[in-house]
Design a binder for this molecule. Structure first.
Ligand code: RIB
Length: 304
């Protein structure tokens, strides 16, 4: 089967805790609400690609449990091809506790569960059955699945986008097979040791990432926009001005939108302009995958 984008990545149930402020260490406090919604970086990215209008398949693993069933059904309803999602009898569905405070900032704690059971053999089997122009991958499944997918994609001449998230999942070998990396400030610090405080420090970090052998780099600077580094040229793309309500999955929405627009334009700066609008809209409203904008919502913003 042929797709525009294949996403290999995590599929989680998110337990969202909406709180005015973080509790102090050891404290117990009442919060505004606790809700369970579909998440996972891979799933969020696949939904972003689908809502923005491209044909996408998600490769990943959930448990053979009620959360796993619910997450697969949710992905289907959002237009993601789920035929290559494995349901593990051994491991449960990945589950993350996501704390969102009144500034929209989020802090997470999670267990990878079945995401970590994805094997080289699982990946190779799928890649023998599919084709795509772009592989979009993050670092929340097993290390062997990440390397196997990136190698298989390179062999098939796919453009490999590695979103090196979360920082806790980063390992160096993966950088050998990436055409593009899209780290945020925390991930950039983890990889390069550089604190991104402005465009100059983002450029310094981008050059360091480029020296690791990664041709194209996007350093995400949050509300300060993104620095695109390609062929020795740096361009800063501004973020759109919004009141941040919920930042959960904003990076995933951005990654999916970059893949989507890069397919159409073959121009990374144009792709980042499009993705900045998509991520900005996402951040301005609450909710998980439901708050990822559709193609017409992004286009509407762009013609304003
Ligand atoms: O990027 C946000 C996602 O990270 C959440 O949905 C959570 O499940 C973790 O994968």
């Amino acid at each position: 089967m042929k797709y525009d984008v294949v996403v290999v990545g995590s599929i989680n149930m998110d337990v969202i805790v909406d709180t005015p402020a973080y509790p102090a260490y050891g404290d117990t406090v009442f919060c505004n609400s606790v809700s369970m919604i579909p998440g996972g970086k891979g799933a969020n990215q696949a939904v972003s690609v689908a809502k923005l209008g491209k044909k996408v398949c998600l490769v990943g693993a959930v448990g053979n449990d009620s959360s796993g069933n619910e997450l697969i059904n949710n992905l289907k309803s959002k237009g993601v091809d789920t035929s290559h999602i494995i349901q593990s009898d051994k491991d449960g569905t990945g589950t993350f506790v996501v704390i969102v405070d009144s500034t929209g900032e989020n802090t997470m704690l999670g267990t990878k569960g079945a995401n970590d059971s994805l094997s080289t053999a699982d990946i190779e089997k799928v890649f023998n059955e599919i084709d795509a122009k772009i592989l979009l991958i993050q670092m929340e499944t097993s290390q062997e699945s990440i390397i196997a997918a990136m190698k298989a994609a390179k062999k098939r001449n796919m453009y490999v986008i590695l979103d090196p998230a979360p920082a806790d999942g980063i390992f160096d070998e993966a950088f050998k097979y990436a055409d593009l990396v899209t780290p945020n400030k925390q991930e950039t610090k983890r990889i390069t040791g550089i604190d991104v405080t402005d465009a100059a420090s983002a450029l310094e970090a981008a050059k360091k990432l480029n020296e690791l052998g990664i041709p194209d780099v996007i350093v995400k600077m949050g509300e300060n926009g993104s620095l695109v580094y390609q062929n020795g040229k740096a361009t800063v793309v501004d973020a759109i001005k919004v009141k941040a309500v919920d930042t959960v999955g904003a990076g995933d929405c951005f990654a999916g939108a970059v893949a989507n627009a890069y397919l159409d334009t073959k121009d990374l700066v144009e792709a980042v302009k499009f993705a900045s609008v998509a991520a900005g809209i996402k951040v301005s409203r609450s909710g998980g995958q439901d708050s990822i904008p559709t193609l017409s919502e992004v286009q509407e913003y762009l013609v304003k």
